[in-house]
Write a protein that binds this ligand. Structure first.
Ligand code: C2E
Ligand code: CA
Ligand code: CA
Length: 444
């Protein structure tokens, strides 16, 4: 079965046909040289040939390599005039090659991709410099056509070479960052955040996006969820876990989440990639939520997250993005935006967690804006579960507030909390608080 050509390969085939027609030769091909093997990627000939697209031969004994090494000229009107050429396998192909033109295909970074060649089965004394020039022009055009695909392949290979060993080893390391009740400062939960090898120099969201771009996103996210779940036994409160809507819809994710203690998990869903099928998503979520798992919409206020996402998923928690939290104590416009999102969230029956809180001033302002819980360097950086445990021990035990009632959904609960509040209450030394064991349910 002949290999199906891609659109790029078809364009190169067109260039090869032009070469063949212009030079009056029966065969033209594009080859890729990988250092040891010559890959005859696209072969154009009206003749029935033994060689087909994708065939390979040893690069070291190829005519093209001898030409690159300048042991032979780029234009060979009659192979028989070069005894060293007659020794090469190509001279012994089922149809003997007797005339040959080969020019390099060079990519924009100067690297050699391969060769652009035309060949005849009889000597052709008319082949000359002008034919070489034409072939060079066509080879440049072929390089332009091939380059995006070559770069994409290199990108995929680089990502796979990094990710596959990490996946085999069990996935990323998962750290925990405290989530603190702004009114009282008790830690109520922690967000699980993935960490990839430092030498990659890439943020976790970039690593997940790269993994998805090569078809490894789901498996990587599932491993991150498994690693996050392992922390459940080591820490108190709820564990907030990030998952993309696409991964959430996989049967593997449903199975994994189904095995976990639902009431201790808050799923953080972002809208990095627009959700296309809300009914399917809400159906998958309904099953989990029926068992007590709670849902947060992440990154609210960031450009890509739409309010429609909130309306369609009715989350338990809305997480305000750092971009609208950082500086809220000094920026009246941000404060107004946060206030309206808080009113919107509470009106929908959702609690609000602000993330990226770096200062006591922002924490205090958020408290007056009726934000329920906070997360950020001001309260604690992401770290190993042991570090989270120590911090909790220093502050007192973890509080797990009782299950939210329908009444909590409105503003009443928050108005009540406002009483007796002082600016700066939610400082960097969260107050000790009792463990509320009434319900193991999640609440920020
Ligand atoms: P995110 O879910 O919005 O996580 C919050 C990010 O804010 C984290 O970045 C956290 O380290 C950072 N952060 C927390 N407090 C502060 C602060 O006070 N100041 C500043 N400047 N940053 C703060 P991180 O860990 O680099 O993660 C980036 C994103 O990668 C996450 O954003 C999330 O979208 C994604 N991600 C991380 N781990 C996972 C995972 O296990 N699964 C999935 N699906 N996504 C993940
Ligand atoms: Ca998150
Ligand atoms: Ca976020």
């Amino acid at each position: 079965m002949p290999r199906q050509r891609t659109a790029d390969q078809e364009q190169v085939a067109q260039l090869l046909r032009t070469a063949r027609d212009s030079l009056g030769l029966p065969l033209a091909f594009l080859s890729r040289l990988d250092g040891t093997t010559q890959h005859l990627e696209i072969i154009e000939s009206p003749l029935p040939l033994v060689y087909k697209d994708g065939n390979t031969q040893d690069q070291g004994t190829s005519l093209c390599q001898a030409i690159i090494d300048e042991k032979l000229p780029a234009v060979i009107p009659d192979l028989r005039r070069y005894p060293e050429a007659m020794e090469l396998p190509v001279a012994k192909w089922p149809r003997h090659i007797r005339s040959y033109v080969s020019v390099p295909v060079t990519l924009s970074d100067g690297s050699l991709y391969g060769t652009f060649c035309a060949a005849g089965f009889t000597a052709d004394r008319n082949l000359g410099k002008r034919d070489k020039s034409l072939m060079e022009v066509l080879a440049r055009a072929a390089a332009l056509v091939m380059e995006p695909g070559v770069q994409e392949n290199a990108r995929r290979t680089e990502i796979e070479n990094r990710l596959l060993p990490l996946i085999s080893a069990g996935g990323p390391v998962v750290v925990l960052q405290p989530i603190v009740d702004l009114d009282g400062g008790r830690r109520v939960g922690a967000e699980a955040l993935s960490r990839f090898p430092a030498e990659w120099g890439k943020a976790p969201d970039v690593c997940f996006a790269e993994a998805h771009s090569v078809g490894l996103g789901h498996v990587l996210e599932l491993l991150a969820l498994e690693r996050a779940a392992e922390h459940l036994d080591r820490v108190g409160g709820y564990v907030s876990m990030n998952v993309s809507p696409g991964t959430l819809l996989t049967p593997e994710c449903a199975a994994l989440l189904g095995r976990l203690p639902a009431r201790r998990i808050l799923l953080e869903l972002s809208e990095h990639d627009p959700v296309e099928d809300y009914p399917t998503l809400t159906e998958a979520l309904a099953e989990l939520r029926a068992h007590g798992m709670q849902l947060a919409i992440d990154d609210v206020g960031a450009g890509f997250s739409s309010l429609r996402h909130i309306v369609l998923t009715s989350p338990d928690v809305i997480k305000l993005d750092r971009s609208i939290v950082d500086g809220v104590s000094t920026d009246g416009v941000l404060a107004t935006l946060v206030a309206s999102l808080v009113a919107f969230a509470h009106g929908c029956g959702a609690r609000v967690v602000a993330e990226g809180i770096e200062t006591a001033e922002d924490a205090a302002r958020l408290l007056t804006l009726e934000v329920d819980a906070g997360q950020g360097w001001h309260f604690g950086r992401p770290g190993p579960p042991e570090a989270l445990g120590e911090a909790v021990a220093a502050q007192g035990e973890v509080a797990v507030p009782p299950q939210r009632s329908a009444d909590d959904a409105g503003t009443g609960r928050h108005a009540g909390r406002q009483a007796g509040r002082r600016a700066g209450e939610a400082g960097s030394q969260p107050a000790a608080g009792p463990v509320t064991t009434g319900s193991p349910n999640v609440a920020p």
